[in-house]
Ligand binder design. Structure first.
Ligand code: IMP
Length: 175
């Protein structure tokens, strides 16, 4: 039996919220040059949409970490798979995350990037599952709080599938 997808956030709901978040970020940063750091691969579409709504001068860089492998729960160990290309010292940095689940990844990323002396370091995440949190970590801009369910689409995958769905769905696995 194929996996069952239950639409949870449709395309227009996501797009409206991303636009609102971009407006707020723009107000907060004024004319400052911002370095957006996309956390690969899940933040792919969120970063693309958010950055186009920002209307600020931004640069983009990417970091790839792994704590999940091909599983639906975290291994508890964060590995850097791809580091940044640029030096972020003295720059305004905004980490762009797809989802904060246990908080392990973000906690680790923030500590790592803070050692590189950015001028400021903030986080924007499209989704958060507060019930799953094990590591308290601050998200400065949040799109949606969602229940503790596994979701896919709009960049989020399960074993590399479903990233290109334009909406976010709860994944009910086949028996
Ligand atoms: P954390 O370290 O437990 O907070 O997990 C963060 C990372 O796990 C995210 O950046 C995602 O890549 C992945 N993740 C957590 N929950 C989900 C989900 O519901 N669907 C897809 N990926 C998820």
């Amino acid at each position: 039996m194929p996996d069952q997808l239950e639409c949870f956030l449709d395309e227009s709901v996501i797009q409206n919220r991303v636009r609102e978040m971009a407006l707020q970020i723009r107000e907060d940063y004024g004319n400052a040059h911002l370095v957006l750091i996309g956390v690969l691969k899940g933040s792919l579409f969120f970063l693309a949409d958010l950055s186009r709504h920002l209307g600020l001068e931004v640069s983009m860089d990417f970091i790839q970490v792994s704590s999940y492998g091909m599983e639906k729960s975290s291994s508890g160990v964060v590995q850097i798979r791809k580091d940044l290309d640029q030096n972020i010292e003295g720059k305004h940095v905004l980490i762009v995350e797809d989802i904060v689940d246990t908080g392990l990844t973000l906690d680790h990323l923030k500590s790592l990037l803070a050692t590189r002396s950015p001028k400021s370091l903030k986080v924007v995440s499209l989704l958060s599952k507060p019930e799953a949190r094990k590591f308290e970590t601050l998200v400065d801009y949040l799109g949606f709080e969602i229940p503790n369910k596994f979701v896919v689409g709009y960049g989020l995958d399960y074993a590399e599938r479903y990233r290109n769905l334009p909406y976010i769905a709860i994944l009910h696995e086949s028996a």
